[in-house]
Design a protein around this ligand. Structure first.
Ligand SMILES: Nc1ncnc2c1ncn2[C@@H]1O[C@H](COP(=O)(O)OP(=O)(O)OP(=O)(O)O)[C@@H](O)[C@H]1O
Ligand SMILES: [Mg+2]
Length: 322
């Protein structure tokens, strides 16, 4: 399949005075048309930074300084803000964990949707209203007319997230980035939102990058999985391969530590320690201090290498021996 998005050797830096913190480095991955890529990894591993940089949302002190981001074969690095505006928020849209903070409390859902639609295309207010109703129906919200008159706080969390997805669809995105979109919701609603994303992915052939901590969700949703640790990609593989033949000790440990991956009744084993602070200053393998298999070869920088299996990449010099 043709890559829709191709990220190569991405590096993101944050500056505070004289200090530079390299949030992610050497991040490379692709998303094909119609594909779902899940990004997993403990808190602070660089998942959000990676996707925020694609949207140009790193904030004042952050910048994607190195690498290449090709979208539909076009380089986004070096493009003017004006050109980027035609891509970000339109062809690439993003939804976040907390839909309430993303919606403006003082405007009705209708106001906000109509504005979103009119920012993407030149249409009358009436046409934008009709499109809002269409989009709300598309995300499974009935009685769209009444809903458009409501304020965000009167909606349930699940409904708000559906509204956010409807707004993201306004620009007819080819890629939807969802950063833990259901963390704030209860499990039943979570499952419904995931089902909706799957349906939109299939019906619209819309690619999805999904960040999640839930391996059950990964198993249900992902075509491919990218595992991040301390600002680096440590493993990437098609979902079945990752679950059945994980190569990196971190991936193995992660799968043992999170519910939803093993067989029922299997004991969960937490990963000892935590993601190191200032991980960008570590010379060799960043996981080595928590890894039972670390040897002196791990003290030098590790490359992401192709494993024997097709489309399987691992950043560990020892994976064949463990
Ligand atoms: N604006 C910022 N300035 C400085 N450092 C930042 C900034 N944003 C994020 N970081 C740091 O970058 C690292 C990666 O953060 P990121 O938010 O990408 O993690 P994450 O994998 O999304 O974690 P979580 O699962 O908790 O959302 C963390 O150490 C974080 O403290
Ligand atoms: Mg995050």
């Amino acid at each position: 399949m043709k890559p829709l998005l191709e990220v190569k050797n991405l590096e993101v830096n944050f500056r505070e005075g004289k200090n530079i913190f390299t949030g992610v480095s050497d991040v490379s991955f692709q998303v094909a048309e119609g594909e779902i890529l899940c990004i997993v990894g403990e808190s602070g591993s660089g998942k959000s930074i990676t996707t925020l940089s694609l949207m140009g949302l790193l904030g004042k002190n952050g910048a994607a300084d190195k690498g290449s981001i090709l979208f539909e074969g076009e380089e986004l690095f070096g493009k003017s803000e004006k050109d980027l505006d035609t891509i970000r928020g339109k062809k690439i849209a993003m939804i976040f964990q907390d839909a309430l903070t993303s919606l403006n409390p003082v405007f009705t859902i209708g106001n906000q949707m109509i504005e979103a639609i009119r920012s993407h295309s030149i249409v009358s207010k009436k046409e934008a209203e009709e499109k809002s109703e269409y989009l709300l129906n598309k995300v499974g919200l009935s009685d769209a007319k009444a809903l458009l008159k409501k304020y965000p706080h009167t909606l349930s969390g699940g409904m708000r997230q559906r509204v956010m997805i409807a707004m993201a669809l306004a620009g007819e995105p080819k890629l939807l980035i969802a950063d833990e979109p259901t963390t704030a919701l209860d499990v039943t609603i979570q499952a419904q939102i995931m089902e909706l994303l799957r349906k939109l992915n299939r019906e619209l052939s819309m690619s999805v990058i999904l960040i999640t901590h839930d391996m059950g969700v990964v198993a249900e949703m992902a075509d491919r999985v990218m595992v991040m640790y301390a600002g680096e990609v440590v493993e990437e593989a098609p979902v079945n391969l990752l679950f059945h033949n994980p190569g990196h000790p971190y991936t193995k440990a992660l799968l043992r530590s999170i519910p939803g991956t093993g067989s029922e009744g299997e004991k969960l084993i937490p990963i000892e320690g935590a993601v190191p602070e200032d991980y960008d200053k570590i010379e060799g393998c960043r996981f080595a201090n928590r890894c039972a298999f670390a040897v002196k070869e791990c003290k030098v920088p590790q490359r992401l290498r192709k494993a024997t299996d097709e489309e399987h990449y691992i950043r560990c010099c020892r994976y064949e021996n463990i």
